[in-house]
Design a protein around this ligand. Structure first.
Ligand code: HEC
Length: 250
């Protein structure tokens, strides 16, 4: 009988159009319906902070250089992933990610929890020439990042753009973006205290590229890599995480 029904349906132009719309809308509903319960599905994370201007600049360099083409930033709820990378990613962890960088292509490992896994020095060595630290690596070298000064005058614009997209940066944060970026990359200055006041005491202040004088693109990218997975400890509370949240001090 179904064959006869289908034959009839195919001969009726309007009937077929309606049937196609009905079938196609199932896919739409599956995507749209969960949005009505978004308040319940996105976890609470009162400790969540936003990217500092330096980290945001690093994130933009990550996008510019196409790191996402080889690295995902989303740990799936599968046992082998959790054992390799740590607790699976929660929706709330990408609350301030514009654009999101979850990705699916993994030529290299997932980076969602790489923050704190290595020292700043390791990252600088690795980005300068991956083969120096991982001999079999096929990751490209990005050695110009350490020679290229970060464009400080663009930073307020980066924050303002995020703010326009709904990230709750205050006017004070936007105004102080360049000072805060400088402070985060130069420990023991008055500017360093400012970034901690605005973004929290756990903000990592460090001469990320090993040089205190100039703020380079390497500083920004390493600051960003070191915060991945550490904007909130929610994943360590809301999942059956095998380990505790890494300590930002060490
Ligand atoms: C052509 C693919 C490719 C691109 C593009 C790429 N990577 Fe990689 N990356 C890899 C591979 C493969 C590895 C594993 C070997 C290694 O550690 O070098 C890796 C490893 C890493 C690691 C160490 C991860 C860990 O847990 O050990 C970091 C951090 C990293 N990449 C950051 C970056 C950043 C930042 C960029 C962009 C500036 C980038 N990668 C671009 C392929 C790539």
């Amino acid at each position: 009988m179904p064959e006869i029904f289908h034959r009839k349906l195919e001969r009726s132009a309007i009937g077929l159009v309606i049937a196609i719309i009905a079938a196609a809308s199932v896919g739409g509903i599956v995507e749209i319906a969960p949005l009505f319960t978004i308040d319940e599905t996105v976890e609470e994370a009162p400790d969540m902070r936003m990217y500092t201007p330096l980290e945001l600049a690093g994130r933009n360099i990550y996008v510019r250089e196409g790191c996402y083409a080889c690295h995902s930033q989303m740990i799936r709820t599968l046992r082998d992933e959790v054992e390799r990378y740590g607790p699976y990613s929660l929706a709330v962890e990408s609350k301030y990610d514009r654009p999101m960088l979850w990705g699916s292509k993994r030529t290299g490992p997932d980076l969602a929890r790489v923050g704190g896994k290595y020292s700043d020095f390791w990252h600088v060595a690795h980005l300068t020439n991956p083969r120096d630290v991982v001999p079999e690596s096929n990751m490209p070298a990005y050695r110009w990042l350490a020679r290229t000064s970060l464009k400080m005058e663009d930073l307020p614009l980066h924050l303002a753009a995020q703010k326009a997209l709904g990230v709750p940066y205050t006017d004070e944060m936007v105004e102080n973006a360049a000072r805060d970026a400088y402070g985060q990359a130069t420990p023991d200055t008055d500017f360093a205290a400012g970034v901690a006041t605005r973004y929290g005491d756990e903000t990592q202040v460090s001469a990320f590229d090993g040089v205190k004088t100039d703020v380079t693109e390497m500083d920004a990218l390493v600051a960003y890599l070191q915060i991945l997975g550490r904007l909130t400890g929610a994943a360590y509370e809301n999942t059956a995480a095998p380990e505790g949240k890494p300590n930002p001090e060490g």
